[in-house]
Design a binder for this molecule. Structure first.
Ligand code: G
Ligand code: G
Ligand code: MN
Ligand code: NA
Length: 253
């Protein structure tokens, strides 16, 4: 099968899965949020990461359907997680193409109502994979959803499409610092300087920061010292299936 057919087949036969990667609140040490990450389950049981199919889904016009599936599933999952941890929040990736899409907006609203989830628990993460199709439309989309209570994160800030331009023109509550500037920040003066400057800009704009690719205690120490609010990465935990996530991170304290 061609990739495009595999994606359609996966949508029809429920072959997508969402895994959860924990996010640490650096100030209090709690795990009260996670990022939902999409995977495609192949015929042979192999798990295909989004890097292999998101680009094709975007080019072939299938991305709004994929995003709609992700949104509905994430919000259903969020409702379940909040029965265990009432304050739990979920970061959900949506393609730049879908920011501004009326159908995607309706899916977000409908799913929140259907599953009775507080919109503040949903953090929509605008990913680096695609440029936002229409910035004015995207801004209005975000403003309408923010009025309801939804929050937004700018993914991969500092690299690729995660740029100052979006910080200027769109609404965000969180800036996710690209792993490029985090992973070696304990040994690279350049990386640490860039990380520090991103934290400064975010703070001056009243936004919280999340460092990606925190994969050792040394990096977590840098992130903490520089005043980053949240940490995500292999040190905190890898993306794992939801039942494993609940067992590992959401057992009663
Ligand atoms: O999980 P992994 O590191 O392979 O994800 C790579 C990238 O794929 C993420 O950074 C994100 O930009 C994108 N991605 C992951 N899950 C989703 C999803 O559910 N929807 C969209 N649109 N992109 C996703
Ligand atoms: O684009 P986005 O940052 O949303 O994608 C995150 C992806 O990066 C996930 O798919 C995850 O598998 C991967 N990832 C997350 N944390 C780490 C990390 O600490 N180290 C490495 N090498 N990869 C990571
Ligand atoms: Mn992301
Ligand atoms: Na990212």
């Amino acid at each position: 099968l061609q990739w495009q057919d595999r994606i359609e087949e996966a949508l029809e036969n429920d072959r997508f899965e969402l895994h959860l990667q924990p996010i640490l609140d650096v100030t209090n040490g709690h795990i009260d949020s996670a990022e939902a990450l999409l995977r495609l389950r192949g015929d042979d049981g192999e798990l295909v990461p989004p890097g292999r199919f998101v680009y094709i889904a975007e080019r072939s016009g299938l991305m709004p359907r994929v995003d709609a599936w992700v949104i509905e599933r994430s919000i259903a999952m969020l409702a379940d997680l909040r029965t265990i941890r009432p304050d739990f929040c979920l970061e959900v990736n949506i393609s730049g193409h879908s920011i501004g899409d009326a159908q995607v907006e309706q899916t977000i609203r409908d799913s929140l109502v259907r599953h009775d989830v507080d919109p503040r628990a949903l953090i929509l993460e605008i990913t680096e994979t695609a440029a936002v199709a229409d910035v004015a439309l995207a801004r209005e989309f975000a403003q309408r959803l923010a009025r309801v209570g939804c929050r937004f994160a700018l993914d991969d800030f500092g690299a690729g499409f995660g740029s100052f331009y979006y910080l200027k023109h769109l609404l965000f509550d969180y800036v996710k610092i690209d792993g490029e500037f985090v992973a070696n920040s304990h040994v690279s003066r350049v990386d640490r300087t860039i990380l520090r400057s991103i934290v400064g800009i975010a703070r001056d704009l009243g936004k919280e920061t999340v460092a990606e690719f925190v994969s050792s205690p040394e990096v977590l120490e840098v992130v903490r010292a520089e005043g980053v609010d949240y940490a995500q990465g292999y040190l905190i935990g890898k993306p794992i299936p939801v039942d494993e996530f609940v067992a590992e991170f959401l057992q009663p304290e």
